[in-house]
Design a protein around this ligand. Structure first.
Ligand code: GDD
Ligand code: MN
Length: 384
């Protein structure tokens, strides 16, 4: 039986002091432990001025499974991984790709652990410094620890809140990962990354999550760097922030939610305008409210159909009519929620806070209710 292939990618820039030791250690001590995988090592070097690639070239004479991809100049870690992933898939027919650092901050012993989780059926295995058994270096000052913690939380929040991934992924900036190729990396768009630097990590993460990868975290004891220096530039935090914001803003669900909110706000304005108009026309109080509300419902239905859910837009007049009636029904549901909750809150806490209850009920109950109904009932995607 042919073994599946796992390619460990190490990007390097000025790692001459450790890369030789790392390569020897992996081939002598780690890869032999891994029985059911064919292991290959790919170093992506940016023609490091300290001659890192020359050490790799020398070692290639001894190790048939050692590969080197040489970029002509410093291109950034993200770029190194993009060309590395492509090379691993196209030239080395990788089934799994592992992201790994060349400076011994990632313990090599984690590589067999990553692969055993892949064996168990996970598609994306991440080394986490935040779960039990994982840690950041003791030597890190309180300031660095704090920034790593806050940075990670902010990135998590922007990328995933409130989806499941927000709660599941504890260390979004981690550099230690194993990714399944079939169905995931081979479907990932790597040509449109916002960052060629460290921000790429969050973009890969985001894309893997959206591809529906089954995710598992393993503990990572992140070591102190003993030699050489970190390539993390002062603008890294900005780069990561920029990447996560753009990922999220261009996310289909988020932009749909923003449109839904705008339409909702327009609905409110239409409602207010209706109250004014029908009062001016001298209608009875009950009719003023009824007509103004219906006007808002019509506005919401129309704009959501044409804009928010344009991909599932109804065009046939019979369907429009049927859906519009359904829409009135779910809207009455919202009205019931608002009436019941408003009455209940007033009963519990008094009439003096009425103007506070309304926005609270809208934001925490009516909005989620409408969002759910629109997505799951009215503009439900047809199973394809
Ligand atoms: N080819 C190439 N080009 N390699 C690079 C470049 C580059 O421009 N910049 C960095 N590298 C390589 C380094 O030589 C090293 O092998 C690896 O990428 C990680 O870089 P470090 O400079 O050691 O990063 P770090 O240890 O400070 O950052 C760690 O934490 C980050 C955030 O939590 C790493 O684990 C990162 O992977 C992680 O994202
Ligand atoms: Mn490092």
């Amino acid at each position: 039986m042919v073994k599946p292939k796992a390619v460990v990618i190490i990007p390097t820039y000025n790692e001459a002091e450790t890369i030789g030791k790392m390569i020897k250690y992996l081939f002598a001590k780690i890869f032999p432990l891994i029985k059911n995988w064919q292991m290959k090592l790919l170093v992506v070097d940016d023609t490091s001025p300290d001659g890192t690639y020359k050490i790799v070239q020398q070692l290639q004479e001894k190790h048939a499974d050692l590969y080197l991809y040489l970029n002509p100049k410093k291109m950034g870690i993200g770029y190194a991984y993009v060309v590395g992933f492509k090379y691993a898939m196209e030239k080395l027919s990788a089934d799994v790709v592992i992201e790994f650092d060349g400076d011994f901050q990632h313990p090599p012993e984690t590589i067999p652990v990553l692969l055993s989780e892949i064996n168990r059926g996970y598609d994306y295995v991440l080394g986490s410094r935040k779960i039990k058994g994982g840690s950041v270096p003791e030597g890190w000052g309180i300031k660095r620890k704090f920034f790593a913690l806050v940075g990670g939380l902010v990135a998590r929040f922007i990328l995933f809140f409130p989806s499941k991934a927000f709660f599941k992924i504890t260390d979004p900036t981690t550099g230690l990962k194993a990714s399944r190729v079939k169905g995931f990396v081979d479907r990932m768009d790597m040509d449109h990354l916002y960052s060629k630097k460290f921000g790429y990590k969050l973009e890969f993460l985001y894309k893997m999550v959206n591809l529906g990868a089954k995710i598992k975290e393993i503990p990572l004891k992140f070591k102190l760097r003993k030699v050489g220096s970190s390539k993390i530039a002062p603008d890294t935090a900005k780069d990561i922030f920029h990447s996560v914001i753009l990922c999220r803003l261009n996310d289909e669900t988020t932009s749909r939610f923003l449109k839904f909110s705008v339409v909702g706000f327009i609905g409110y304005l239409v409602n207010a305008f209706g109250l004014w108009l029908f009062a001016k026309l001298g209608f009875l109080e009950g009719f003023i409210w009824l007509l103004a509300t219906e006007l808002a419902i019509i506005s919401n239905f129309t704009w959501n159909n044409l804009w928010t859910f344009s991909q599932q837009k109804f065009t046939k007049s019979m369907t429009i009519l049927k859906k519009f009636l359904q829409f009135n029904l779910t809207s009455s549901g919202a009205l019931v929620i608002q009436t019941v909750m408003g009455t209940l809150l007033t009963f519990l806490f008094g009439t003096q806070y009425r103007q506070l209850y309304l926005p609270l009920i809208i934001v925490f109950m009516v909005l989620p209710y409408n969002w759910l109904m629109y997505n799951r009932v009215i503009w439900k995607k047809k199973a394809s």
